[in-house]
Design a protein around this ligand. Sequence first.
Ligand code: DX5
Ligand code: ZN
Length: 236
Amino acid sequence: MPKKQVKGTSSRKKISFSCSILAGDFTCLGKQLKSCEKAGAEYLHLDIMDGHFVPNFGLGFHAVKAARDSTRLPFDAHLMIADPTAYIDRFIKAACSIIVFHPETTPRPAYLLHKIRAHGLKAGLALNPDVDPRQIKRYLKDVDLILQMTVFPGFYGQSFLKQALSKIVTIREMIDSSGRNIFLQVDGGINEETLPLAVQAGADLIVAGNAVFRQGNIIRSLTRLKRIAAEARRQA
Ligand code: DX5
Ligand code: ZN
């Protein structure tokens, strides 16, 4: 039986950052992605939206390719699309390191998770703020990442929903009890005030859009966020 971790003794990884390029300036994206690299971003977060699953459009394949040609940073693709199964092969070929989808968008989440992992990529499930994370307990053995949305998906720059904090705590307990090495990603409304809350609740992979790309200076913004996260991790 895996050992249950108690708060403060968990084997949590260091805090990593994934910059959400949806919030970037597409007239100079290449330059901005280099700034993310310089400031020590671990991943770039690609929000893929089809106007069905969410009421907005996000990055398409041409934007993913342009980003791929601009940086060596690994991509984590967040599929907010009605039919991920129909497009999964193209995302696997698009050189993404992590592919995450919402389980309600397919009748066979395990099939998609296995398919992604069979190609040597990491696979994850994303949960909206109003979903009970215990619903995905049965997939814990099949995932490398669980993404807890802290806004309702669709747009960058929204306010962090504090009611999602208890879900992060629940997911942290599920992960620690599983004994598996699973990222706990949070996505939506992260800023210098909400970041410590997410980290103390148990997150270890932070998505940030507005807080990185829209504050005037990417390197300065991300460097500060990383420092705040490390401090919050020490205190957790
Ligand atoms: C929302 C997206 C998020 C968003 C994050 O639908 O999934 O990744 O771009 O942006 P911020 O950090 O600005 O909330
Ligand atoms: Zn996202």
